[in-house]
Ligand binder design. Structure first.
Ligand code: G3H
Ligand code: 13P
Ligand code: ZN
Length: 343
């Protein structure tokens, strides 16, 4: 199956009550890990690249790695997604590169840091929807701001500050109507990176009620949970027992994500858990044989550690076993679909 539009996958997930993890990639080993896990669990997948990843890997390397993944795994539906596009120009370049889905993150201004106004967000998102849908490409938008990440994409909001930038369920309906986006990323108190919560989150800080409320008002809206790594203690322990220094921290429990999936969450973004797994495996390998310098010696266990995390998420989110059921709709078919139901 060629690389498919993400909308097809989200629609299938909604019809069959499951969620799809979207894993960030920066290099060959991460793409291989995702495809091994997808093939082992027969899962459709969303592979996503941030602006930072595109810069790191170089667009052309990334594109050809993705094409290799599709060629080697003809039975796995793959959606290729731009994570946190900061402008229509970034989304345009992703579409030209062959991404079948883009996120226009107009919750922040083009600098990727300053919380943006409603009018700005609606305007850039509409622009991207028009451009993307004309090519059959899916659009994810974001309303409200996540916490975390000061030097990459993110306003650098603390756990407490993020509570003042949650998605307003009433505004969410209006935003989706005005923009025509295919999926909506919601701010519910999570943040990017490993440092999400200072203690195991309760409903006071991880606001699953916002998701339930949006779903009640818009049962057909595909919601996206960002900052959804669970930050497993066992991965932190591996890093810390081989020289790392990760302080006490908590992520988003898998059970809360499963609760979100019951209430309209269809895409779940996971990057940090894979970073933790790979870093722990590299630290362990190098500590155990300090005389080694063949990079395959430490990248193999790193890749294997990521396979385990990815498989576990695929099973928990319910996408496992669904690879064969996702319809093979082309971008051209999606383009016809959008032109028949304009935003
Ligand atoms: O948006 C956050 C993702 O984890 C990507 O992070 O911008 O460092 O590639 P990045
Ligand atoms: P984590 O940092 O929780 O993995 O979130 C990743 C993300 O939301 C990418 O857009
Ligand atoms: Zn994100």
């Amino acid at each position: 199956m060629p690389i498919i539009p993400m909308r097809t996958l989200l629609d299938h997930a909604a019809e069959n009550d499951y969620g799809v993890a979207a894993f960030n990639v920066n290099n060959m080993e991460q793409i291989q890990a995702i495809m091994t896990a997808a093939s082992d669990t027969e899962s459709p997948v969303i592979v996503q690249a941030s602006r930072g990843a595109r810069g790191y890997s170089n667009d052309n390397y990334l594109r050809h790695l993705m094409l290799a993944a599709a060629e080697l795994n003809p039975n796995i539906p793959i959606a290729m997604h731009q994570d946190h596009g900061n402008s229509p120009a970034t989304c345009k370049s992703a579409i030209e590169l062959g991404f079948t889905s883009v996120m226009m993150d107009g919750s922040l201004e083009e600098d990727g840091k300053t919380p943006a106004s409603w009018d700005y967000n609606v305007s850039v998102t509409k622009q991207v929807v028009e451009m993307a849908h004309a090519r059959g490409v899916t659009v994810e938008a974001e309303l409200g701001c996540l916490g975390g990440i000061e030097d990459g994409q993110g306003a650098g909001l603390s756990e407490e500050e993020a509570q003042n930038h949650l998605t307003d369920p009433e505004e969410a309906g209006e935003f989706v109507r005005q923009t025509g986006c295919d999926a909506l990323a919601v701010a519910i108190g999570t943040s990017h990176g490993a440092y999400k919560f200072k203690k195991k989150p309760t409903g006071q800080v991880l606001r699953m009620d916002v998701i339930r409320e949006i779903h009640k008002r818009m049962p057909n809206c595909h919601m996206v949970m960002h900052g959804s790594s669970s930050v497993p203690q066992e991965l932190i322990d591996i890093i810390n027992s081989f020289g790392g220094e990760i302080p006490e921290t908590y992520g988003v429990p898998v059970e809360d994500i499963q609760e979100g999936i019951k209430h309209g969450v269809r895409k779940i973004n996971v990057d940090t858990d894979n970073r933790l797994a790979m870093t722990g495996a590299v630290r362990k390998a190098l500590a155990e044989k300090p005389e080694e310098f063949d990079l395959r010696y430490y990248l193999k266990p790193a890749r294997a550690a990521m396979v385990e995390v990815v498989k576990a998420r695929m099973i928990s989110f319910g996408q496992a076993g669904h690879a064969g059921g996702v319809p093979d709709r082309s971008l051209a078919e999606l383009k016809t679909f959008y032109s028949a139901s304009p935003a």
